[in-house]
Write a protein that binds this ligand. Structure first.
Ligand SMILES: NC(=O)c1ccc[n+]([C@@H]2O[C@H](COP(=O)([O-])OP(=O)(O)OC[C@H]3O[C@@H](n4cnc5c(N)ncnc54)[C@H](OP(=O)(O)O)[C@@H]3O)[C@@H](O)[C@H]2O)c1
Length: 267
């Protein structure tokens, strides 16, 4: 299987790095293209892929094409490679651009899957939601699930779920980082060295995530296990409940989802 990656920026490079590091494919099977010849050469030599000077050349050599340019560049790029795309699978990681818009921009005749990865694909710890549509086959979806499982946890969702996914696993790491910063700051205010506070806070969030992903227990049950009546955790949780922390976080998710819908609706 030959792959093309259009747009060798942060996400395109992270995806390629993960696919190669996991052994899913090799650099020889990937051709990349980008607007900037200098950064293109640099990424290709770092990752051991082929590089070509045009998107059309990259698509011509591929069976599967990853669209990794910015949303405002995406329709122009698919239109530019329309004839080379015929009969192929296009996997878009572009936020907010509907599968139907991509198909229309390039005049159809190819298959599309939309995905929403998050920034942790660069560590192969991403969450990647994949949404199918009538243009794609079951084996396209199965292939995409295998590809993205090499850079994290791949999940199938509906296309209309992608706005909520964008809010929870796309923007969510930033919300969790704010929690982490605040935890560390609380530690510093309690007398900790900043580096010790940073490590303790990062360890706390990593522990919470690992407990949820590596056990069958719910977050509520896990939280109750470490909350003794009258103890330290109970004292802190009481403050978070009084200040309505859960509803603040839910409001943040709703705002991010609303923004994703607004951005998708832009012409
Ligand atoms: N970053 C994230 O966490 C994240 C998460 C989920 C999804 N995404 C999606 O991933 C996509 C890429 O994001 P990114 O952060 O990787 O952006 P990026 O770093 O800007 O990468 C995009 C690359 O494509 C290049 N490019 C622009 N026009 C092109 C063209 N006509 N042909 C070929 N290459 C072209 C860009 O060059 P220039 O710099 O000159 O424009 C840039 O090198 C976006 O659509 C975004 O919605 C990102």
């Amino acid at each position: 299987m030959k792959y093309a990656v259009l747009g060798a920026g942060r996400m395109g490079s992270a995806l390629i790095r993960g696919m190669i590091a996991s052994g899913f494919t090799t650099g020889n099977s990937i051709t990349i293209s980008d607007k900037h010849p200098d950064s293109l050469k640099q990424v290709a030599s770092q990752l051991g892929t082929k590089a070509v000077e045009s998107n059309a050349l990259a698509v011509a050599e591929a069976d599967v094409v990853f669209l990794c340019v910015k949303p405002n560049q995406s329709l122009e790029v698919v239109a530019e490679v329309a004839s080379e795309l015929k009969g192929k699978l296009l996997i878009s990681i572009v936020a907010g651009i509907h599968a139907s818009s991509l198909l229309t921009a390039a005049g159809g005749g190819f298959r599309v899957l939309r995905t929403m990865p998050n920034t942790a694909v660069r560590l192969r710890k991403g969450i990647i939601a994949i949404a199918s549509n009538p243009s794609a086959t079951d084996s396209d979806l199965e292939l995409a699930l295998r590809i993205f499982s090499s850079v994290g946890t791949a999940l199938e969702v509906t296309e209309s779920d992608l706005d909520a996914v964008t809010a929870v696993s796309g923007s969510g790491p930033a919300f969790a980082l704010l929690m982490l910063e605040s935890l560390a700051q609380g530690g510093i205010e309690g007398g900790l060295d900043p580096e010790v506070a940073r490590k303790c806070a990062a360890g706390a969030l990593a522990a919470a995530a690992a407990l949820v992903t590596e056990t069958e227990e719910t977050p509520l049950a896990l939280r109750q296990e470490i909350t003794s009546p009258g103890g330290t955790t109970a004292a802190g949780l009481e403050v978070l409940a009084d200040r309505e922390f859960p509803s603040i976080v839910r409001d943040a998710v709703a705002a991010a989802r609303k923004r994703s819908i607004e951005l998708s609706a832009k012409p």
